[in-house]
Design a protein around this ligand. Structure first.
Ligand SMILES: [Zn+2]
Ligand SMILES: [Zn+2]
Length: 274
C-alpha cells in the first residue's frame, strides 16, 4: 500500500512539475513568477522528478524546437522520425543533453527568455545525484514492498519523467483525435488526460502553445489550468496578457498561433478556439 501511494503521488507531482514549470512556464512563458516562487518550483520539480529531473532551460530550448519544427527532420522527438518509441526516447535524451551542455547549434530565438539557475541545475542534473535518487527508490521498494509484483513499478519510478514525456510525444502524435487541422500530426488523448493533467490535449496545445488552458472542448478538463488560476488569485503567478503571449510566440516563430492569433483573453474553460 505504501508503494502504491508513493507511486501515485510521484506520478502526479512529477507530471504537475513538468507541465507547470518546464513546459508552461519555461518553454511558453504562459505566466510569470517572482524569483522566490521560480526557485521554489525548481526545488519542487527536483523532489518530484528525482532521478529524471530536467533543467527547465534545456527543456525549454528543446521543446521550442519541437513546436517550431514539429514532425520535420529537425523535430527532436517526432514519431515520424523514429521507428519505435524507444528510439525516439533515446534521441530526445541526446538532444536534451546537447541543449543542456550547449554543444548543439540552436537558433537564438529558442534560447530567448528562458529561466536559468545554473548552479542548481549543475547539481540537480548531475550523475551522482541521479544515482543517489535511484538508490533511494530501490531502498524504498525493498523496505516497503509487500509482494514482488510491486517491483514492476520500479522502472517507472526511476524513469518517471521520460515515461510521461514519451506517452504524450509518441501517442500525442499518433493516435487520438484532432480539434484543429495543423501542419503537424498532433492529437488529443482524452480521456487518458486524467493521468496527464492537461498535457495530453496535444493538438489543442500545438494550436495555441502559450494558452494556460490546454483543453478546448468542454470535456477537455485541464486540471493544471485551474491550479494556475488559483495560484494567480493568491499571488504566486502572474498570468501573461494575450499581447505578451502573442509577441512571445511571434518571437519564437511558433507557426500555428501566428496563422490565427486567437489567444484567449478571458480564461474561459470550454471556450472553443476556431
Ligand atoms: Zn507535439
Ligand atoms: Zn509546448
Amino acid at each position: 500500500m505504501v508503494i502504491i501511494i508513493f507511486f501515485i503521488a510521484q506520478w502526479y507531482l512529477s507530471i504537475f512539475a513538468q507541465t507547470f514549470l518546464q513546459h508552461r512556464y519555461a518553454s511558453h512563458r504562459s505566466f510569470t513568477m517572482n524569483r522566490f516562487w521560480e526557485r521554489f518550483f525548481y526545488v519542487f520539480a527536483w523532489i518530484a522528478q528525482g532521478a529524471t529531473y530536467m533543467s527547465p532551460r534545456a527543456y525549454a530550448v528543446m521543446h521550442r524546437m519541437h513546436h517550431a519544427y514539429a514532425d520535420t527532420p529537425k523535430d527532436p522527438h517526432s514519431p515520424s522520425n523514429h521507428k519505435n518509441l524507444f528510439a525516439m526516447m533515446e534521441n530526445t535524451r541526446k538532444t536534451y543533453t546537447a541543449c543542456y551542455w550547449d554543444n548543439i547549434e540552436v537558433e537564438k530565438r529558442f534560447k530567448k527568455d528562458v529561466p536559468d539557475w545554473p548552479w542548481f541545475d549543475t547539481w540537480a542534473d548531475s550523475r551522482i545525484v541521479k544515482v543517489l535518487w535511484i538508490l533511494f527508490y530501490v531502498a524504498f521498494y525493498v523496505f516497503f514492498a509487500t509482494t514482488p509484483w510491486l517491483y514492476l513499478l520500479l522502472p517507472v519510478t526511476i524513469l518517471m519523467n521520460p515515461a510521461h514525456a514519451v506517452f504524450v510525444n509518441w501517442y500525442g502524435h499518433k493516435i487520438g483525435y484532432r480539434n484543429f487541422e495543423l501542419k503537424n500530426t498532433s492529437t488529443n488523448l482524452y480521456p487518458f488526460d486524467i493521468f496527464f493533467l492537461g498535457e495530453s490535449y496535444h493538438n489543442d496545445h500545438h494550436r495555441n502553445p502559450s494558452s494556460i488552458n490546454m483543453g478546448v472542448k468542454w470535456y477537455e478538463i485541464d486540471i493544471t489550468y485551474y491550479i494556475i488560476l488559483l495560484f494567480s488569485k493568491i499571488g504566486i503567478v502572474k498570468l501573461a496578457g494575450s499581447g505578451e503571449k502573442l509577441q512571445h510566440e511571434k518571437d519564437l516563430g511558433l507557426a500555428e498561433s501566428i496563422v490565427a492569433p486567437i489567444l484567449q483573453t478571458k480564461h474561459e474553460p470550454g471556450k472553443v478556439l476556431a
